[in-house]
Design a protein around this ligand. Structure first.
Ligand SMILES: [Zn+2]
Length: 336
C-alpha cells in the first residue's frame, strides 16, 4: 500500500449483537483483523466497557451502537477494563461524543497512559503486513515519542474504581467490579449479575493456541485472579479478544462464550494459569543467577511446552518476551 492509497480510517469496521440480558458486544475490526470487543451494559443508564484505540469510538463504536438503535452520545459512563492501548486509548475520542460521561479506571493502571510499546508493536505488525509503508511507520514512531510524554488519546481518568464497587445502572441492572490483576496491575472484570455475565477484558484469556498466549505482568496474581472468579454464577463470558481456547470452547469463533462454553473458558483459564505459574517457577529455579533474557526465554519455552505451542513461532509470542521481563521483577514502567 502506498501513502496515496485509501486513508487508514476507512478500514475500521464493526459488528454488534445482544449477547445477554441488557448486554451487547461491539466488536471492532481494523481491515481483516478483529482488534477487540467493547461491551454495552444497559439499565436505565448505559455503560460502555472499554473504548478501543485512538479514533475507534468515531470509526467503529458509534456505527456499532447505531446498529442496535443506540447513540454514542447517550453513553452515561465508561469503564476501562485496564489501561492498554487497545482498551483505553479511545477515551479522548469517546469524550468528544459524550463529554458528560465520566471515564473510570483502576488506579493501578494509570501509569499505562505513558506506555506506547504495545502501539509500536501494532504499527510494526501493520508495516509487516503491508498496511502502512516505511514513511508512515517513521511518522508513527515520531508520534509515539510525543504520546509517551503527552498521552493525548488517554487523558487522566475522571474517576477510579476498585474491587467490590457496585455500579447501579437503574432498572435492576448493576455492575460489580472484580479486581482481576495479572494481565496488568489494575485489570478489572465487570460482573453483571442480572445477565450472569462476566466481562473480563484481557483478564480471562483462556489457553494458548496459534502461537498466542496470555500476556501477563504477574503470573502469581494472575492465578489468584482466575481462582477468584471461578465461584461466580456465570452464563456468559465476554473477553475482549478472540482468544483461542482448548476444545470444545475453541470451536466458537467469537470473543464471547455462553452456557457451558462460558464455564469451560473459566476452567480452561485456570488450567492455563497454573501451567504458566509452574513453568515460570521452574525457570526461576534454573536461571535466577543468569541474564534476565535467558531467564525469560527459558520460561517461555517451559510454559510453551506445557501449553503445547511454539512460543517463538509468532510475533505475538516474541513481543511477550518484553512483557515477561516484568514477571521476574524488572524495573517498573515509566511513572505516571
Ligand atoms: Zn491488554
Amino acid at each position: 500500500m502506498t501513502a496515496n492509497a485509501t486513508p487508514e480510517r476507512t478500514q475500521w469496521v464493526s459488528r454488534a449483537e445482544w449477547v445477554a440480558d441488557g448486554v451487547a458486544m461491539l466488536e471492532i475490526w481494523y481491515g481483516q483483523n478483529a482488534l477487540m470487543a467493547c461491551y454495552l451494559v444497559e439499565g436505565t443508564r448505559r455503560a460502555l466497557i472499554d473504548t478501543g484505540t485512538t479514533d475507534s469510538p468515531t470509526q467503529a463504536i458509534a456505527p456499532a451502537l447505531a446498529k442496535l438503535g443506540r447513540r454514542i452520545e447517550d453513553i452515561d459512563l465508561v469503564l476501562n477494563t485496564h489501561g492498554h492501548v487497545d482498551h483505553a486509548w479511545g477515551n479522548a475520542d469517546l469524550k468528544r461524543h459524550a463529554p458528560n460521561a465520566p471515564i473510570s479506571l483502576h488506579a493501578a493502571d494509570i501509569f499505562l497512559r505513558h506506555q506506547t510499546s504495545l502501539l509500536e508493536f501494532w504499527h510494526k505488525r501493520r508495516l509487516a503486513a503491508g498496511d502502512i509503508d516505511a514513511a508512515a511507520m517513521a511518522s508513527h514512531t515520531q508520534q509515539l515519542a510525543e504520546l509517551a510524554d503527552a498521552p493525548a488519546y488517554f487523558p487522566i481518568p475522571d474517576r477510579t474504581h476498585a474491587g467490590g464497587d457496585v455500579i447501579d445502572l437503574g432498572g435492576g441492572q448493576t455492575i460489580h467490579v472484580v479486581h482481576t490483576p495479572g494481565h496488568t496491575p489494575g485489570s478489572c472484570s465487570f460482573y453483571v449479575p442480572r445477565a450472569r455475565a462476566l466481562l473480563g477484558g484481557d483478564s480471562l484469556t483462556g489457553s494458548a493456541g496459534e502461537g498466542r498466549f496470555p500476556l501477563l505482568s504477574n503470573v502469581v496474581t494472575y492465578r489468584q485472579t482466575v481462582l477468584d472468579v471461578q465461584h461466580l454464577d456465570v452464563e456468559f463470558v465476554g473477553p475482549a479478544h478472540r482468544y483461542p481456547f482448548r476444545p470444545p470452547a475453541a470451536t466458537v469463533v467469537t470473543p464471547a462464550r455462553q452456557g457451558d462454553l462460558a464455564r469451560t473458558v473459566l476452567a480452561d483459564t485456570l488450567t492455563t494459569a497454573l501451567d504458566i505459574e509452574a513453568g515460570t517457577a521452574e525457570a526461576w529455579q534454573a536461571n535466577r543467577h543468569g541474564p534476565r533474557r535467558a531467564l525469560v526465554a527459558d520460561a517461555l519455552i517451559r510454559v510453551g511446552a506445557r501449553l503445547g505451542i511454539d512460543l517463538f513461532g509468532s510475533d505475538h509470542a516474541r513481543a511477550a518476551v518484553g512483557l515477561w521481563l516484568d514477571v521476574f521483577g524488572a524495573p517498573p514502567h515509566s511513572p505516571a
